[in-house]
Design a protein around this ligand. Structure first.
Ligand code: 3PG
Length: 307
């Protein structure tokens, strides 16, 4: 019997695990669960006899792939698959997939939770500001960016987007103003919400030079990846610009520096939690389970990312 391992250092909601189990067992497979593990060795041991693996941000390194003697498919239940060593997977003919769009609304809602918190001075009672009428730039108009744009319109914000991979006509059709460069997006918008993936092209691409062009009262919102930020230059910028705030679902490595130097001008969730809702866990977990069943039964490779 094929074995599907769900390995999540940050557990799914119990309802999501129950639904994954139901799908897997209805297909005639078995499911095992490894949650809140504290060392890669635990994952290596658990994956040894698994035919399929479901993970979240868990690192599927070359070591994990090496330990997984029977593995045919790994599905990242989520959007960003920068945690998967795709070369190692391909070298062993392991299919790697993600589940795009399944947790996007949860991430977008968190972006607004953080924006309101920042605009209202961390709820300290002092007069804050409103989002209505402010300009927001969506940096990458993908699944999350689209939800952020929709919610921003509900708040009465003036919404701009930059995405070289999306036709301007599509952005315009959604009632959003497309801009033609990253520079234009940042120099136009007081709020910028990041939705770019972390890859060789984007890592450290959000730097002081770009951010310094943002208007007075600038707020950078990061629900994407910390790797895309040039942290040192953001610190240098915030030292120069007392009006600049950085709010993120992924705490930077130099968090202590922010705590010491910029009280009230930053916010970092204690643990990445953009996709941490029951709905998002169920959507992404169920999609992952269904993709595995279709692959193991019919060889369906939709959503494969290591082509
Ligand atoms: C994603 O890429 O889907 C999000 O960053 C969610 O990550 P998580 O599953 O670790 O919460």
């Amino acid at each position: 019997m094929k074995k599907i391992l769900v390995a999540t250092e940050k557990p799914f909601a119990p309802a999501a695990v129950a639904q994954i189990k139901e799908i897997v067992e209805a297909a005639g497979f078995s499911m095992s669960l490894l949650e809140k593990y504290s060392s890669p060795d635990e994952l290596n041991a658990a994956v040894a006899d698994a035919n399929a693996l479901i993970v979240r941000s868990d690192k599927v390194t070359a070591d994990v792939v090496d330990a997984a003697k029977e593995l045919q498919i790994v599905v990242r239940a989520g959007a960003g698959y920068d945690n998967l060593d795709l070369e190692a997977c391909s070298a062993k003919n392991i299919v790697a997939m993600n589940t795009p769009g399944q947790n996007s609304n949860a991430v977008a809602e968190l972006a607004f939770g953080m924006m309101v918190f920042q605009a209202r001075n961390h709820f300290n009672g002092a007069a804050g500001t409103e989002l209505r009428g402010k300009k927001i730039g969506i940096h990458a108009y993908g699944n999350v960016g689209i939800y952020v744009a929709k919610i921003a319109k509900g708040f009465g914000m003036d919404v701009y987007a930059f995405d070289p991979f999306v036709e301007d006509a599509k952005i315009k059709a959604d009632g959003i103003t497309p801009v033609s460069s990253v520079e234009e997006l940042y120099s136009t918008c007081q709020y910028v919400s990041l939705h770019i993936p972390a890859n060789d092209k984007t890592k450290k691409s959000i730097n002081a030079e770009l951010l310094n062009t943002m208007p007075e009262g600038a707020v950078l919102v990061n629900t994407a990846r910390k790797e895309v930020i040039d942290e040192e230059s953001v610190v240098a910028l915030m030292e120069k610009r007392a009006d600049f705030a950085y709010i993120s679902d992924i705490a930077p490595d130099n968090k202590a520096v922010f705590e010491e130097k910029f009280p009230g001008r930053f916010f970092f969730t204690p643990k990445k939690m953009g996709a941490q809702t029951s709905e998002a866990n169920i959507n992404a977990g169920v999609a992952a389970a269904n993709q595995i069943v279709k692959f193991l039964k019919d060889g369906d490779e939709t959503f494969r990312v290591n082509k």
